[in-house]
Write a protein that binds this ligand. Structure first.
Ligand SMILES: NC(=O)C1=CN([C@@H]2O[C@H](COP(=O)(O)OP(=O)(O)OC[C@H]3O[C@@H](n4cnc5c(N)ncnc54)[C@H](OP(=O)(O)O)[C@@H]3O)[C@@H](O)[C@H]2O)C=CC1
Ligand SMILES: O=C1O[C@H](COP(=O)(O)O)[C@@H](O)[C@H](O)[C@H]1O
Length: 520
């Protein structure tokens, strides 16, 4: 039995709490009838590794009842239904801790899937897709109900405008039907402010903001979602979370593998566009924003925008870029590429709460470990009678992955006869504390939100614009070669200059103490 018998109840409704809280039920109270989920780019990597497995797990948990749901794969590749099913079958595995799948689960799920082939800009393809969806809806809705159409664009952004145009022209929920049409778009949303705004305008001319779900899968991670709860539901943190007490904040993403066959794609973007401008900046918003009026998605997103708008222009001396040795061996990467595979960037938020507190965003590929975490380091204790300073500062750490955990590093009395102090921690390790809980994959949670119509964990257009405003000048300087990527050896911490920047920004490393995740 897990300690204290902790477990999580299965959610039994498609209506989210935040919507229920708002009393918003125009669409979600009518949640019956057919639900068509259309995965565009069904032949691709994301669809195979993330989208279909997430749908499978939602299906297993009862969120996609076979009596209501049909899944369409759409792409240019000539394939049969069975070809698509063979392609994704091996990826249909349950989330960690969930009951093992049976071959019956898999085959029942695959039974819901149908493949339609067509191009991304041809009327015929989308007319055929619409015909297939309508056929299914007609069969489903012979009695009564609504038609819900969810289009998931697992595609390169270059084809978003034409695909959205085709959906709008041919595939919307029919006006005679009650229901909705929603579109999920993947990052990258543009390459800089101008291209992102252009993309937003093109899509915005076709769909209302309430129909567009810009997915950032970091917002679906369990501990990222816990950030607002930690901050705003705990008296401990409320008075401490500010410039008077916090010295610096680090938000770190590390991978222990390189670009692995995605070099051609990656080289056009680099680590800042791939990870920092979106995933880490979204996390920063949750760490730094003010308390929203309520959990209503618009209130939360309003606060996120305010923080982004308060970020100062980035200074070159507060940036370190790196590129791992061997990156250019990928034949799809130009031999002269300056694209960073590592970056440390210090952001400064010009407001009453955060003036003077550096937010250090660090991301790198081919490093010595894989992990993502938020590390909030507090200032030294004034009047240090125990000489705590020698041992290290208080830190509040949220380990997003792997091995989700939250811990607080603090100074305690060394047990024993002497009055000496030692660094220790208060530790909430999820594996140990919530042994029977299935932590959902980010994509599962976010796809469920799109079905429920909850945009809380999706990026709004003005948020996206504010995020690009922060990084575009720096990115343009890098693109012009004005900032160079320093070489680093794969399997290391990245360029040593990054640690020097960290120290300059005020981070004090604790020596002689390493947090070890507790074992069961
Ligand atoms: N893969 C991943 O882990 C992640 C991906 N993403 C994002 O998700 C989206 C999809 O990613 P991913 O699946 O890796 O991409 P893929 O390169 O695998 O492309 C998906 C599908 O799109 C079609 N396609 C590919 N290139 C083009 C092109 N130039 N013009 C038209 N169609 C094309 C292909 O289908 P066909 O030829 O059959 O039509 C392909 O199977 C991208 O926006 C990506 O940035 C985001 C996070 C992680
Ligand atoms: O968006 C992306 O994220 C993955 C890392 O995701 P994670 O959930 O495993 O942390 C990264 O590998 C990829 O380059 C990037 O495009």
């Amino acid at each position: 039995m897990a300690s204290g018998g902790w477990h999580m109840e299965k959610r039994s409704t498609l209506k989210s709490d935040s919507l229920a809280d708002k009393g918003e039920d125009s669409e979600s109270s009518l949640e019956c009838g057919s639900l068509s989920i259309i995965v565009l780019g069904a032949s691709g990597d994301l669809a195979k590794k993330k989208t279909f497995p997430a749908l499978f797990n939602l299906y297993r948990q009862g969120f996609l009842p076979p009596s209501e749901v049909h899944i369409f794969g759409y792409a240019r590749s000539k394939m049969t239904d069975d070809d698509l099913k063979d392609r994704i079958r091996g990826y249909l595995v349950p989330s960690k801790n969930a009951t093992p799948e049976t071959s019956e689960d898999v085959s029942n799920f695959l039974h819901l899937i149908q493949y339609v082939s067509g191009s991304y800009d041809s009327e015929e393809g989308f007319q055929l897709l619409d015909k297939e969806i309508s056929k299914y809806e007609y069969e489903q809705n012979r009695q009564e109900g609504i038609s819900r159409r969810l289009f998931y664009l697992a595609l390169p952004p270059s084809v978003y405008p034409s695909v959205c145009r085709m959906i709008k022209l041919h595939c919307m929920t029919k006006s005679g039907n009650v229901g909705w049409t929603r579109v999920v778009v993947e990052k990258p949303f543009g390459k800089d402010l101008e291209s992102a705004e252009q993309l937003s305008s093109q899509i915005g001319e076709l769909f209302d903001e309430s129909q567009i779900y810009r997915i950032d899968h970091y917002l679906g991670k369990e501990l990222v979602q816990n950030m607002l709860v930690m901050r705003f539901a705990n008296r401990f943190f409320l008075p401490l979370w500010n410039r008077d007490n916090i010295d610096n904040v680090q938000i770190v993403f590390r991978e222990d593998f390189g670009t692995e066959g995605r070099g051609g794609y990656f080289d056009q973007y680099g680590i800042i566009r791939d990870i920092i401008q979106n995933h880490l900046l979204q996390v920063l918003c949750l760490v730094a924003m003010e308390k929203p009026v309520s959990l209503t998605p618009e209130y939360i997103r309003d606060e996120k925008v305010k923080v982004l708008q308060a970020v100062n222009p980035i200074k070159d001396e507060e940036v370190v870029l790196g590129q791992y040795e061997g990156y250019r061996d990928d034949p799809t990467v130009p031999k002269t590429s300056n694209t960073p595979t590592f970056a440390t960037v210090v952001l400064r938020i010009h407001n009453e709460r955060w003036e003077g507190v550096p937010f250090i965003l660090k991301a790198g590929k081919a490093l010595n470990s894989r992990k993502a975490e938020i590390r909030v380091q507090f200032k030294d204790v004034p009047g240090d009678i125990f000489k705590c300073k020698k041992q290290g500062r208080n830190e509040f750490v949220m380990r997003l992955q792997p091995s989700e955990s939250i811990y607080m590093k603090l100074t305690v009395k060394q047990p024993g006869l002497e009055m000496s102090t030692v660094q220790s921690e208060l530790d909430l390790s999820y594996k140990q504390r919530y042994q029977e809980v299935v932590i959902p994959e980010a994509y599962e949670r976010l796809i469920l939100d799109t079905i429920r119509g909850d945009q809380q964990h999706f990026v709004r257009r003005d948020e996206l614009k504010a995020a690009w405003e922060i990084f575009t000048p720096l990115l343009h300087r890098i693109d012009k070669g004005q900032l160079k990527s320093l070489p680093y050896k794969p399997g290391t911490r990245g360029p040593v200059e990054a640690d020097a920047l960290l120290e300059k920004a005020g981070y004090v490393q604790t020596h002689g103490y390493i947090w070890v995740p507790p074992s069961l």
